[in-house]
Design a protein around this ligand. Structure first.
Ligand code: PTJ
Length: 268
């Protein structure tokens, strides 16, 4: 694919600009929805407040998520446009190492977008892609949005669904159906974060590789140990820790702690 903008490696915000470019490129191929660009901007703002790193409560949530995935009977990764644009290879790897089904599920559903996302996932190495076209033949009850359309072999029959960058309605609907929901959302205050079983407050590009490593590290652990660990987890408490951490960071940050460019130092 043609690069739109050559970002110099030395740019202080290189990584952030690289992610933006990935989204814009995949917006142009139809993978990312227009609102996906807005969602990314909102995510960036929260990421800034979190220090653009995986904070300790996010690490705890990732460990719980990995344990839950390993003990689940039928775990499924729900893929939307932003996830496909930012982490298609990691979706392929996680589905392989954790034996998870992969289903396309879109808020702004169109056949063109489904096919574009299917192509990106296929090129990244996902062998079986559920939820495309007529395969999404069933509905999640009490859900009005296009996300209600699901594949009976995937999300409908799953006991656990991983939902990165989700909207709150479906998380609540999946919980009502008795499923375990793992959300990845940079906003600890979102309805998705609050209603998920486990909310990982972090950037999907940092979360996915760490989650894969964690699954690999614990896959041989005794199931009773993993069950006990998961049972002890309190999602609300974990989210409160994230919010406290953001608040402390804001109070501790001083402008004088920010490194000034040389020419401004000289001017002071
Ligand atoms: O591809 P579609 O049609 O399914 O649409 C996908 C979007 C993301 C547009 C749709 O699900 C949507 O509108 O989501 P929301 O309600 O905007 O919520 C997205 C959430 O993801 C927000 O809380 C953002 O803070 C968060 N977010 C954005 N970028 C990231 C993120 N969380 C983790 N990692 C990111 N990189």
């Amino acid at each position: 694919m043609k690069r739109r903008l050559a970002i110099p490696l030395t740019h202080p915000r290189y990584e952030s600009l690289r992610l933006r470019e990935m989204l814009v490129e995949q917006y142009e191929t139809g993978v990312v929805a227009t609102a996906g660009l807005i969602a990314h901007g909102r995510g960036e703002a929260f990421d800034y407040l979190l220090g653009e790193t995986l904070i300790p409560p996010a690490m705890s949530a990732i460990k719980m998520a990995a344990a839950s995935i390993v003990i689940a009977e039928h775990p499924v990764i729900s893929v939307n446009g932003n996830l496909a644009a930012l982490a298609a290879r990691e979706v392929a790897e996680l589905s392989r190492v954790a034996d998870m089904d992969v289903e396309v599920n879109l808020f702004y559903r169109s056949q063109d977008r489904e096919l574009a996302i299917k192509q990106v996932l296929g090129e990244a190495g996902v062998k079986r892609i559920l939820g495309v076209g007529n395969d999404a033949s069933k509905q999640i009850p009490e859900l009005g949005s296009e996300r209600r359309r699901v594949d009976p072999r995937g999300i409908l029959s799953a006991d656990l669904v991983l939902v990165p960058l989700e909207d709150g309605d479906r998380t609540e609907a999946l919980r009502r159906m008795g499923k375990k929901v793992i959300a990845v959302d940079l906003n600890p205050l979102s309805r998705t974060s609050v209603s998920a079983s486990i909310s990982i407050v972090g950037n999907i590009v940092l979360v996915m590789p760490t989650l894969i490593d964690e699954v690999k590290a614990i896959e041989q652990s005794p199931r009773e140990k993993l069950n006990a660990m998961v049972d002890r987890f309190d999602n609300r408490k974990n989210l409160e820790e994230c919010i406290r951490l953001i608040a402390h960071r804001l109070l501790d940050l001083r402008l004088q702690d920010q490194k000034l460019p040389k020419y401004l130092e000289a001017a002071d």
